[in-house]
Design a protein around this ligand. Structure first.
Ligand code: G3P
Ligand code: MG
Length: 242
């Protein structure tokens, strides 16, 4: 059964990577959420997409140059007039504390493809185990060295390679990383890639799928899952198909 992951929560209708967005995705009925993690200046894993706070908050500067307490003063909802002031940048700890009480899936994307954060992998993995979420988390990254590092820290956790272009036999590439999945950009995930990968034991979850036609194709192909900004729409289409 194709799993629906709310991308950055329910980013189509809520401020991305905030607690209201994650809660909305789960309330809509998503099977899981996706979130992005960076490290603050003082080494706290925080949930935000960009390397800087400029686009999504009322602050400016690099996440790596701001302490956790400085980051916590920012409004992460200011781009949505109806939600202004209701939530800040969550820590990973905050999201996992909330997730730990339920049973949905969590895809933690390590955002270390441009900036190398010291011990990001160790810190994130430690929090996953602290919250006993090792069976419900998928670690992904565009930084495939980092995925190898995750694998060397824990053989228990599921990892998936984010892929932004078409690769030759991506299922074989995933095996070289000891990854259990690939998360390709949506146009690099056709039915052949889905079928061949999954026949080789590699789960496919494309991002970011917001149109009805691609959603229907993925449900019909029994793709393992996909990431969408509109989990409510995906749920309606899923019900229509099954
Ligand atoms: O993890 C899927 C997707 O989130 C990857 O791209 O840029 O939205 O983090 P991006
Ligand atoms: Mg992401």
């Amino acid at each position: 059964m194709t799993k629906i992951f709310g991308h950055r929560g329910a980013a189509g209708t809520y401020p991305e990577n905030t607690m209201p967005s994650f809660k909305a995705a789960i309330d809509f009925g998503a099977d899981g959420i996706e979130l992005d993690v960076h490290l603050s200046k003082d080494g706290v894993p925080v949930v935000i997409h960009d390397e800087t706070v400029d686009r999504t908050t009322n602050g400016n500067g690099f996440v790596k140059d701001l302490t956790f307490s400085q980051l916590k003063t920012l409004d992460a909802c200011c781009r949505f007039p109806e939600y202004t002031g209701i939530a800040g940048i969550p820590s990973l700890e905050e999201v996992l504390s909330w997730s730990g009480t339920s049973n949905f899936l969590v895809n933690i994307e390590l955002k270390n493809d441009r900036i190398q954060y010291e011990n990001l992998e160790e810190k994130v993995i430690q929090q996953i185990f602290t919250h006993n979420m090792q069976n419900r988390v998928i670690l992904s990254s565009f930084n495939h060295d980092s995925l190898m590092r995750c694998r060397s820290i824990s053989t228990e956790l599921e990892t998936a390679a984010l892929i932004s272009e078409r690769l030759f036999e991506p299922w074989n590439y995933a095996k070289t990383l000891s990854a259990s999945g690939i998360h390709p950009i949506h146009y690099a995930a056709d039915q052949q890639v889905i079928f061949q990968s999954q026949a080789n034991g590699i789960q496919v979850r494309p991002f970011t799928v917001n149109d009805d036609t691609t959603m229907r194709m993925l449900f019909r192909s029994e793709c393992a899952g996909f990431f969408t900004d509109y989990p409510e729409k995906a749920l309606l289409l899923k019900k229509e198909i099954i």
